[in-house]
Ligand binder design. Structure first.
Ligand SMILES: [Zn+2]
Ligand SMILES: [Zn+2]
Length: 472
């Protein structure tokens, strides 16, 4: 769903891709930063046709089937839907059963990770008795407009949102795991998480007609776009009595200059990035509540004598965490390897002094399973890097930062599951009961060297296939 806009510079009717965090006008080429895209925003779909036109068509259609009706009342009603868009991650642990040669069954444990694009709308209003559960596919092709009561019609009625955001998040996570051969697989643990998701509240138009025939009254609700009669219930009289909503539910789009808040130069046009790196002064910025906030970061520099320019830098959130379970706290690496044992012998005293750190890929992911494998390898091995704060970070090839910090914590929660071996039920139970506490965070850029189809992290030599991430 693209967002319909008027260009704040030239006034042309333009659109902003739903995923884009930077706006560029195709007519005047001005580049601006839309605010609030990291938060929940409200939109609406304008109806097709006026209530008079649609009402007339309805009466005509009714007359053919059921005789003459008189129009008693007609209203334009907007009903709110939650729109959720992101990446859905699911870790499934379970058993797979197989028939044996002698007629019995045998099983093996399995563990799978699945990541798919997640794109859904569902009613945010009390929709019991309604036949419209989702806006479905046709909504994907429509443009949504920033919430604007004036444009929606002063007389229109707006239904309250009865499903709070927290509830919407829960609903979004109630996605079952697709069962390939349901009776052959038994899922014992399913961990579902949405990553990089955006929530919008989208108001959809319905025409509501109250018609009379022989003194008996009937209410018809008509989809404001397709003009189909839909199943639904609305107490129009009560709705009209309710005080009109004057406040905007969730802030609309504003624009700020897309310029570095430190040096004033234009930021590079990277519409998919959520954190923008100034190539003039080297500062990184994230929009929040209408302002740019600086995001501190560090860089792992290559050895002396090697040119920065020959590397590809990938961003990671380096999170120092405490893993809490009801029975125990895991703070240092000795604790950590107690939970996730490694086969090799390690210096216990040295491990006790080091904290648990996760490196969460912050770049745009194309193949989630492959990126997960890479991140799991990093988490298991807990490498240490020499990190510096530097502004000499301008000329290099750096991937966009796509994952905001809050989402990185959710990814870290998933990583715990990634580290559980498929047969290790005890570790699985511990992880299931665990929560993560964030103690320290920094955005860290690590140098990679391209070798064939791989990118290899210079310090650890851990590799990831180039086509598993989006570099441009
Ligand atoms: Zn323009
Ligand atoms: Zn700057």
């Amino acid at each position: 769903m693209d967002i319909a806009l008027k260009c704040p510079q030239c006034g042309a009717e333009v659109s902003l891709e739903e995923d884009a965090s930077v706006f560029r006008c195709e007519f005047c080429e001005s580049t601006l930063m839309p605010t609030g895209r990291n938060e929940v925003q409200s939109f609406f779909f304008p109806p097709k046709g006026t209530k008079e036109q649609v009402g007339k068509a309805l009466l005509k259609a009714l007359e053919k089937k059921m005789g003459r009706f008189e129009m008693k009342k007609a209203s334009l009603v907007y009903a709110p839907y939650w729109r959720v868009k992101g990446l859905l991650f699911q870790h499934a642990f379970g058993r797979k059963y197989e028939n044996t040669l002698y007629g019995g069954t045998a099983y093996d444990f399995f563990k799978e990770i699945r990541a798919v694009a997640y794109n859904r709308t569902f009613p945010a209003f009390a929709s019991d008795g309604w036949g419209v559960f989702s806006l479905g596919l046709r909504a994907e092709a429509m443009k949504m407009w920033p919430y604007n009561k004036e444009k929606m019609g002063k007389e229109s009625l707006v239904l309250k949102e009865d499903v709070a955001l927290e509830e919407a998040v829960k609903m979004a996570l109630q996605t079952p795991y697709p069962s390939g051969s349901a009776d052959r697989e038994k899922i014992e643990l399913l961990k579902t998480q949405l990553i990089g998701e955006r929530y919008s509240l989208v108001y959809f138009p319905f025409y509501c007609f109250s018609v009379v025939q022989d003194e008996s009254e009937r209410v018809f609700i008509v989809d404001g776009l397709s003009h189909k009669v839909v199943k639904g219930k609305l107490a129009l009289d009560e709705l009209e009595k309710e005080p009109r909503r004057e406040t905007v539910p969730y802030q609309p789009l504003q624009f700020i200059p897309f310029k570095c808040a430190n040096c004033g130069w234009d930021l590079p046009y990277r519409p998919k990035a959520r954190i923008h790196l100034c190539r003039t002064c080297g500062r990184a910025w994230q929009e929040k509540a209408g302002h740019f906030q600086e995001v501190p970061y560090r860089v792992c520099l290559p050895d002396e004598g090697k040119r920065m320019g020959s590397f590809t830098y990938l961003p990671f959130w380096r999170l120092t965490v405490t893993i809490r379970t009801p029975g125990r706290e895991y703070r240092n690496l000795k604790d950590f390897y107690n939970l996730f044992p490694l086969p090799r012998v390690m210096d216990q005293q040295a491990l006790e002094k080091r904290r648990i750190r996760f490196l969460i890929p912050a770049f745009r992911i194309r193949n989630a399973a492959a990126v997960d494998r890479f991140a799991t390898q990093m988490a298991r091995n807990q490498p240490e890097f020499t990190e510096v704060e530097t502004e000499e970070f301008r000329e290099i090839r750096a991937a966009d930062v796509w994952l905001p910090l809050g989402e990185a914590m959710e990814m870290a929660g998933l990583l715990l599951y990634s580290m559980v071996p498929k047969r290790a039920r005890k570790i699985r139970e511990t992880v299931k009961a665990a929560s993560l506490q964030l103690d320290e965070k920094i955005l860290l850029w690590l140098p990679f060297l391209g070798k064939g189809i791989f990118l290899r992290e210079v310090n650890t030599d851990f590799a990831i296939q180039k086509n598993c991430l989006e570099l441009d």
